[in-house]
Design a protein around this ligand. Structure first.
Ligand SMILES: [Zn+2]
Length: 280
């Protein structure tokens, strides 16, 4: 099987006011669950591996062969993008591309804009030669994800335009009030700013930190041009709650295989709900 790039699925999604889910994987159970969910819904999927988890998952090459093998075993026929989430450097993005990822994000959102543009551009020049798509980021998504902590900092429209035009990216994550991890209090996305950015930036937008956002706000973000929506925390919460529940109610369970199926089916259900919401 071959992975496709963001360009193979996002432009049509934008036109049809749909979004494609990026589900981050934290082990083979997540991967099996989200592939099964997407296949049953007959809907494309983006498999995300966050840079800071990549080595814990076995490294870039291992992830590429794991995703291909599991997809082949399960006879998956829907389009799959394999995407590096929050790539930390040009070198890490290059490693992912060389290993066979079909898409990478360079996260230069904590850098000064000129440096963010320069490195993102270098990533996209290398990626283009290899037929790989690139996502860039402006502004700061709040909260904490895999050790990346930050206060919410809204993306500036001019900086978004500069990154898109100068670095030649395929998708833009513009931080507009969303949070990685759990929301404390009512989530509040900047829809006015979102509309302004969406009107001037002519490429698909990416929503990070979508776990825990009310369905209405997600649908509105899709209407305003977000065609890639990242889900990580919500699947991890399902994993954690399910395990806690199993062990509390069955203190004698000790074999991992006795819990695998239960956990996988719960993660799958949660992923399926998201796909139904994003599908339109
Ligand atoms: Zn993110």
């Amino acid at each position: 099987m071959e992975f496709i790039t963001l360009n193979g699925i996002l432009p049509s999604a934008v036109r049809e006011k749909r979004a494609i889910p990026q589900f981050n994987i934290n082990g083979v159970i997540w991967l099996q669950a989200v592939l099964e969910a997407a296949q049953e819904e007959n809907y494309p999927i983006i498999i995300g591996a966050t840079d800071r988890v990549v080595d814990k998952l076995g490294g870039f090459k291992f992830i590429v062969s794991m995703v291909k093998d599991v997809a082949n075993q399960k006879k998956i026929t829907i389009p799959i993008v394999l995407h590096l989430d929050h790539g930390q450097s040009f070198e890490r993005c290059k490693e992912a591309i060389d290993a066979g990822f079909s898409s990478v994000m360079f996260d230069g959102s904590k850098l000064f804009i000129d440096e963010n543009i320069a490195i993102t551009k270098k990533v996209s020049e290398y990626a283009r030669k290899k037929g790989v798509s690139v996502e860039g980021e402006i502004g700061t998504v709040g909260g904490n994800e895999d050790g990346i902590a930050g206060e919410i900092k809204y993306a500036s429209k001019n900086e978004c335009l500069r990154l898109v035009n100068e670095a030649n990216i395929d998708a833009l994550a513009a931080a507009l009030g969303s949070v990685h991890g759990e929301y404390k209090g009512e989530p509040n996305l900047g829809f006015k700013e979102m509309k302004e950015i969406s009107d001037v930036v002519k490429i698909p937008l990416v929503l990070h930190g979508a776990s825990g956002l009310p369905d209405k706000q997600i649908r509105k973000a899709i209407e305003l041009g977000h065609s890639k929506i990242n889900i990580n925390t919500e699947l991890n919460q399902v994993w954690a709650y399910t395990l806690k529940d199993i062990f509390q109610n069955n203190p004698t369970i000790s074999l991992p295989q006795d819990v695998f199926d239960i956990v996988r089916s719960k993660i799958k259900l949660s992923a399926q709900e998201k796909i139904k919401l994003f599908k339109n």
